[in-house]
Design a protein around this ligand. Sequence first.
Ligand code: NDP
Ligand code: 2IT
Length: 446
Amino acid sequence: MKNEYMLSVLETVKKRNPGEPEFIQAVTEVFETLEPVIEKRPDLVKAGVLERLVEPDRQIIFRVPWVDDNGKVQVNRGYRIQYNDAIGPYKGGIRLHPSVYMGIIKFLGFEQIFKNSLTTLPMGGAKGGSDFDPKGKSDNEVMRFCQSFMSELYKHIGKDIDVPAGDIGTGAREIGYMFGMYKKLTGEWSGILTGKGIPYGGSLARTQATGYGLCYFTDEMLKANGKSFEGATVLVSGSGNVAIYACEKATALGAKVVAMSDSNGYIHDPDGIDLDAVKQLKEVERKRIKEYVTTHPNATYTEGCSGIWTIPCDIALPCATQNEISKESAEALAKNGCYAVSEGANMPSTPEAIEVYFANGILYGPAKAANAGGVATSGLEMSQNSLRLSWTFEEVDEKLHGIMKNIFAACDSASKEYGMPGNYMAGANIAGFLKVAEAMKAQGCV
Ligand code: NDP
Ligand code: 2IT
């Protein structure tokens, strides 16, 4: 990046956010691809759009005390960053993981602004979470934590203000407990969370949406470049919500998924992953992925996460967490002939890994575009709640499919318009940015 104005804004971001490398990484990536836009648009410079975009509207930090099963008080830290509401109410998930701190919530909230813009639905950007670890906790402990978390969060959210949802560690169980507490505290039934259970206002296909949407986007990207899922060998990292439904849809589109993982290690099943077995282990029994090999003798289990990327494949779908593909892992993928990497997780590729993709002509589907199907379907859940209607699975899935096709088309056309054909990362950042920037400019200096 050579633009002096952009370099100076980035310098301020670095000074104001010390010790938050993930946030700096996310902002740097977006800035690098926006250079040609900013050079064409002095009006956006004058309106201070970049300076305003990198500074969240507000950042809320709160204490979350709860009582464990031994009667001992535990204290976690809760976060909600309401980043930008230029195009709609704040929207974004809640991450529950011991690694959570301000820098992670901030990078996720920043990316969410552009992702939500790409969906074409009216949603601003936000993210929240806590350093609480649901793993190994009883249902009652999880419930007490969720109730305590909501007893502060409820003051800051609302169906036309801010609508949280799931992310790592927050699934249907956690959303249910949080929703119940909101209702009790306010005496109001309101669609203030998405990813709700089907009996109480959830949308059919929301559970599948991120993984399915990832495959719909990837399918468009592959087809535009003369490739397809049909007969392809695929790696999927993670074995949570996004990974499971990415595996399901990739398989339905004719691919063979041969590996999945969790934070301890990965399984390699050359016969193709038996997804029912993974669902039983992860969704029902909440066990570790290594248990898979006890019932599948042809499969192997290896400790450690990064080794999964050394398995030969055609397509890699990282669906676990940020920075899970390093430069070395990207080089291993390239060496083994992988021709596409498409991101279900948020920011799973390091900047060095992305350079390796481009240097080797690997098709790259960036997270903001490729995993936008989850939040898009959350937007459809909000619409259904407002209409007091429920659409069928097929109706929601068809709308999701259409949205993902449009997102690919928007990324493709912006990449061409700004002279970087095939660079869908630049296309996603530019297309997502322009809509928010126009809205911010039109609304004046607020
Ligand atoms: P889940 O909690 O359902 O699953 C997370 C999976 O990733 C688990 O297999 C988990 O393993 C693994 N994982 C988590 N942290 C790490 C880590 N530090 N190192 C290695 N593996 C890890 O979460 P989701 O499937 O919902 O989320 C996965 C990714 O997708 C995240 O990046 C999330 O932000 C992103 N995303 C999610 C959306 C959604 O709708 N849920 C929408 C868009 C993006 P273990 O069980 O061992 O912790
Ligand atoms: O990263 C994401 O887009 C999500 N975790 C989903 C957010 C949402 O509001 O559905």
